[in-house]
Design a protein around this ligand. Structure first.
Ligand code: NAD
Length: 331
């Protein structure tokens, strides 16, 4: 029995997390879910959208599956999603980008993984106005943070039998900050002689990923580029309903889809559970439940390839419940 914290989230979060729980149970993995809620729904009771008991539960169990949480615009509370990553020092944002037959995309044979630095860069949150008509954002790059994300990418490549790591940067212009990132990446690469290493300037990387996505394997980059390149990846494989992710630190990992709470379809049994389910597959691999992970991924691939039971975002008209049942049937 494995203990995992479940943060269902809001919007479509509870619908898709319930679907994932069902599929994992049907695959025969025994998980003791410890439910802990965050977001607007708990504000009144706890006076904060992120109660300590949520973080305590994740710290104790070391692994969490998390649904999306709405960040109300202009409400004064910062993103709970970002706060969770910061408080637990989840410095790696990992996003696999893989095409499945039957997904609504023009691309084939795409299979790369993005490692995005999650704690600094232009997202360090150091911004100020300079008088009325100007503003400054400060970009932070440290050797320590660069080193640990690049190492995480190489360790993953080694573990998963990947052949190539590509560092993505703009060191030709930001010579000091991205220059440091690239310098560190080159140093770390020397420790892994069996894995090929190259680098790409971020604008060129975008073009290459659209023209030759099949040539890339593991990509590692600072925060802002990671944000953009990851969504480009979601577009390549058929959209947010299919794109999984994980936030990983030295000891703790929180698995969540890339998409948000989709308020436009929340509560209507229309959401595609596959993005969170594939995040659950990443979680099962992290928990060394490789067999169940492989079987669930194959069941998802079958349902997509058959194209009979697809949700609206994939061009079908099946409900969340129906696509979940179809996946369970294939297991
Ligand atoms: P969104 O991802 O929620 O929705 C964008 C579009 O994609 C919508 O049309 C939605 O219906 C569709 N979509 C998303 N997931 C889908 C799924 N699983 N199945 C079918 N369709 C799906 O992005 P948004 O509307 O910009 O954000 C809504 C809220 O979510 C905001 O408050 C935002 O801050 C929050 N958010 C949270 C997270 C997170 O929890 N990690 C991530 C992104 C956004």
């Amino acid at each position: 029995m494995k203990n995992v914290t479940l943060i269902p989230g809001d919007g479509i979060g509870p619908e898709v997390s319930q679907a994932v729980q069902k599929v994992i149970e049907a695959a025969g993995v025994e998980i003791e879910w410890e439910e802990a809620n965050a977001g607007k729904g708990v504000m009144e009771e706890y006076g904060t959208p992120l109660p300590d008991e949520v973080l305590d539960s994740v710290r104790k169990n070391k692994v969490a599956l998390k649904g999306p949480i709405t960040t109300p615009v202009g409400s004064g509370f910062r993103s709970v999603n970002v706060a969770i990553r910061k408080k637990l020092d989840l410095y790696t944002n990992l996003r696999p980008v893989k095409t499945y037959e039957g997904a609504p995309t023009k691309f084939k044979d795409v299979d790369y993984v993005v490692f995005r630095e999650n704690t600094e860069g232009l997202y360090a949150g150091i911004e100020h106005k300079v008088g009325e008509d100007a503003a400054e954002s400060i970009k932070i790059t440290t050797r320590q943070a660069s080193e640990r994300i690049v190492k995480a990418a190489f360790e993953y490549a080694q573990r998963e039998n990947r052949k190539l790591v590509t560092a993505v940067h703009k060191a030709n212009i930001m010579k000091l900050s991205d220059g440091l990132f690239l310098e560190v990446a080159r140093e770390v690469a020397e420790e892994y002689p069996e894995i090929e290493f190259n680098d790409r300037i971020v604008d060129n990387m975008c073009m290459q990923l659209v023209q030759y996505p099949e040539e890339y394997d593991v990509l590692v980059m600072p925060n802002l580029y990671g944000d953009v390149i990851s969504d480009l990846g979601a577009g390549l494989i058929g959209g947010l309903g299919l794109t999984p992710g994980a936030n990983i630190g030295d000891e703790i990992a929180v698995f969540e889809a890339v998409h948000g709470s989709a308020p436009d379809i929340a509560g209507e049994n229309k959401a595609n559970p596959i993005a969170l389910l594939l995040s659950g597959v990443l979680m099962l691999r992290h928990l060394k439940e490789t067999d169940a992970a492989d079987r669930i991924e194959a069941a998802v691939a079958d349902v997509l390839a058959e194209g009979q039971t697809l949700t609206g975002d994939l061009g079908g008209n099946a409900t969340t419940t129906e696509i979940t049942e179809a996946i369970i049937d294939r297991l």
